[in-house]
Ligand binder design. Structure first.
Ligand SMILES: [Fe+2]
Length: 289
């Protein structure tokens, strides 16, 4: 397929899609879904960031961040094994497969070519890249990513599964004709706060206004109780951590400024309430505008 047809195949959104952040405001649903291993996995791939070798196909650059199960904490030192068919839809024992470690910010990136489509029975599998995700030798996820606009997705039982929707990423093309995609991944591993938003209770308190345009955030708890209130930024950096007690339906006001009175920076924040007698935290996200 020539480049012009490829361009027709892959809509140019110009906006990168994010596996994780598409669900950012629906906590409890941020884990990246799994997919089949497929027959072409081989262990012991080399630690490299360029899978493309001598392949002259369309260059593809994939990057992303691996997040913990709290949906927001980047995880460093995660091993991603990625493998795919080459541009002519061939798998290789010693090519188009790599191990990549996430950096201190949980980020990873690799260069490859747009994978070709291979026949699976009577239909072609959509273009895809396989992932196996592990930390210190413990496997957390086996999955695949697909690309928006690929007409083979609807024929493929795995790519067309509703659970795969979050893994169909958009690509955009730069001026050199290279493709770029963003594939964030969230795995069922605790982050530094030891919280698990997948099982968090989302309903026990309300915050408003959201977004915050002033410097005060109001919190109303549905039931009385006591525990810890923890505020973090989007990188899971703790802004404050304090003991609180409250009555049902009582409004509390938090001043969104540091001890010098300087308002917290604009951005997305996460407020946790960790009750003294419950394992799972309550979580709310809000934006300081
Ligand atoms: Fe495959």
């Amino acid at each position: 397929m020539d480049r012009r047809n490829l361009l027709k195949l892959l809509p140019l959104s110009g906006v990168t899609s994010m596996l994780n952040f598409s669900n950012l405001f629906a906590a409890g649903d941020c884990l990246t879904s799994s997919d089949i291993l497929g027959p072409y996995y081989k262990p012991n791939a080399p630690y490299i960031n360029d899978l493309s070798g001598q392949d002259t196909g369309s260059k593809l650059y994939i990057s992303g961040t691996v997040f913990a199960s709290d949906c927001i904490s980047p995880l460093p030192n995660v091993t991603l094994e990625v493998w795919q068919a080459d541009g002519q839809a061939q798998y290789h024992d010693n090519g188009f497969r790599a191990k990549i470690m996430t950096d201190k910010d949980g980020q990873y990136a690799f260069k490859t070519v747009l994978p070709g489509k291979y026949l699976n029975g009577s239909y072609y599998r959509p273009r895809h890249v396989h992932y196996k995700v592990s930390v210190e030798g413990i496997e957390y996820l086996t999955t695949q990513i697909y690309f928006q606009g690929d007409p083979s997705i609807t024929q493929d039982p795995w790519a067309s599964d509703p659970g795969a929707q979050q893994r169909i990423i958009s690509l955009h093309v730069d001026q050199q004709g290279s493709y770029h995609g963003l594939a964030d991944i969230t795995i069922q591993k605790e982050g530094p706060l030891g919280l698990d938003l997948e099982s968090a209770n989302q309903t026990q308190f309300q915050v408003y206004p959201n977004p915050v345009v002033g410097d005060e955030l109001n919190i109303t708890f549905g039931q009385g109780g006591q525990g810890k209130l923890v505020l973090t930024d989007i990188n899971a950096k703790v802004i404050f951590n304090k003991e609180v007690s409250f009555n049902a339906k009582q409004n509390q006001t938090i001043n969104l400024a540091d001890s010098n009175g300087i308002r917290y920076a604009k951005g997305l924040y996460i407020l946790y309430f960790i009750s003294s007698n419950e394992k799972n935290p309550c979580v709310k996200r809000f934006t300081i505008a």
